[in-house]
Design a protein around this ligand. Structure first.
Ligand code: ADP
Length: 463
């Protein structure tokens, strides 16, 4: 089953680590202490037993065999066992067993040691009993041997006897660890709990987390900015749609009103031509508006990065545009000329032609009869900074300084322009600006009111 993995718990990780440490520490310290204590005890009890053996030897030395047995037998039974052997090693008395004179102990190592050197000390381990036996044998002058022995716990048994205190200690360690891990988790988590996701760098923050929080902070800022931009774009889109509907209303009203009157027979026959002309003009205006809106929305979706590009001969494009608009200029009595140097860019040819066309059309529309419109193509700069440009200069009404930036906004028209009367949509320069951005360029204007304007469209010369 591929269940979702649960996130690791900080308090559990801490608890595990602390517990392992605490248990290990308790165990090591306990074993070390018990071992030291055991060995100290062992040394002391060995010393005591040796003392007791020597003392017994001293007492037994001057006695006869019978006296020796009587002395030993008369002792109050205690933890120490006395064994008396004659010079041949035969056991004459043993306080540990009832029968005497059974076995011969002459070959026991401690007895052999005593026979050779006067004293023998030996610890014998018993695997089954978890017990050690300490033997001390002393040789008497007549060759007899008195041996005292005592049983005591082996180290393992001693450790075993510590099981209960050790267990208690371990329980205390576990409880202490639980408490400590809770406390540590709480202290570690306190600055984290206090984190404000909206403002992660504020407050008491761990230095180690600064890079991460810094990135979160940066992303938050970016998000806020993007949100603002989105909101702005949304607002602009809404405003644009409202403007588009508003711009469409007038021509539609004229078209539907005029055609209705004709249909109802309310128009005198001699006036029908005029009505037809009006309907035609308004339909043309609607078409132009719809075309411009479509162009702009396509440009809004496109970006310079996804643009399709092909080589465009700018001078050729300008010439074709002027040829197309020559009839319009002629009709208004305006001289239109086109020239300059060859310049090639990489881009979208129809869009470039439309941009040049909009500039030239404006120049013709906002220039009085007898004026001139001059289109010049060229290149400036070189290498990466090289730019191809198209200048459109007119001798028309010009643009007031306060309007110069705004005329590139959608639907902005200067008061004096009488833009609508000449069939303007108010979108022409917005399209030029977008087309320029689409080609990594820009558009600028210089103008002297009453004397004329010069628009310059600059495109990145990528070829
Ligand atoms: P329109 O369809 O109204 O011409 P544009 O976006 O092309 O829309 O132009 C916006 C405004 O800029 C025009 O209404 C006009 O006031 C001004 N304008 C544009 N070109 C010229 C020019 N060559 N001379 C004077 N004014 C101009």
């Amino acid at each position: 089953m591929a269940g979702k993995q649960r996130p690791r718990s900080l308090s559990r990780s801490l608890f595990g680590t602390l517990l392992a440490f605490a248990l290990l520490a308790v165990l090591v310290v306990a074993v070390a202490l018990v071992t030291i204590a055991y060995h100290g005890q062992e040394a002391r009890s060995e010393e005591a037993l040796v003392g007791q053996a020597r003392q017994s030897a001293r007492v037994l030395e001057p006695c006869t065999a019978e006296e020796r047995i009587a002395l030993l037998a008369g002792q109050i039974p205690g933890p120490v066992r006395f064994t008396l052997m004659d010079a041949g090693g035969a056991v004459v008395f043993d306080s540990g067993t009832d029968e005497a004179g059974g076995e011969n102990h002459g070959s026991r190592p401690e007895v052999v040691q005593a026979e050779e050197g006067g004293e023998g000390v030996l610890v014998r381990h018993s695997d089954t009993l978890n017990q050690d036996t300490l033997y001390v044998a002393e040789r008497l002058d007549d060759g007899w041997v008195i041996r005292v022995s005592e049983e005591r716990m082996s180290l393992v048994a001693f450790l075993g006897s510590m099981a209960v205190p050790l267990g208690v200690l371990l329980v205390i360690a576990v409880l202490g660890t639980i408490l400590l891990s809770r406390l540590l988790t709480w202290r570690i988590m306190r600055p984290l709990d206090g984190l404000d996701p909206g403002n992660p760098l504020a407050g008491d923050v761990y230095g180690e987390m600064q890079p991460l929080l810094g990135r979160i902070d940066q992303q938050q800022r970016q998000l806020r900015l993007q949100n603002e931009e989105l909101k702005q774009a949304e607002g602009m889109r809404r405003e644009f749609s409202a403007n588009v509907s508003h711009e469409m209303k007038t021509p539609l009203q004229v078209i539907s009103g005029s055609s209705e009157m004709i249909a109802e027979g309310l128009v005198a026959p001699q006036d029908t031509r005029e009505f037809g002309r009006r309907i035609y003009l308004e339909a043309q205006r609607l078409r132009a508006l719809i075309n411009d809106v479509l162009t702009l929305s396509r440009l809004d979706e496109a970006s310079a990065a996804t643009a399709e590009r092909a080589p465009v001969d700018l001078l050729e494009a300008a010439r074709r545009t002027c040829e197309r608009l020559e009839p319009l200029a002629e009709e208004k009595g305006i001289g239109l000329s086109c020239g300059g140097a060859a310049a090639a860019v990489s881009g979208n040819e129809p869009l470039i032609e439309q941009a040049i066309g909009n500039l030239v059309q404006n120049a013709i529309r906002y220039t009085e009869a007898g004026g001139t419109v001059t289109v010049t193509v060229g290149c400036s700069g070189d290498g990466d900074a090289a730019r191809a440009f198209v200048k459109v200069r007119d001798t028309g009404i010009g643009i007031a300084p306060e309007d110069r930036e705004k005329i590139f906004e959608r639907f902005y028209r200067s008061e004096k322009s009488r833009s609508k009367e000449t069939g303007g949509t108010g979108l022409g320069l917005a399209i030029v600006k977008h087309a320029a951005l689409y080609h990594g360029g820009d558009v600028a204007v210089q103008s002297e009111p009453g004397r004329g304007s010069e628009f310059i469209l600059r495109l990145r010369n990528l070829l």
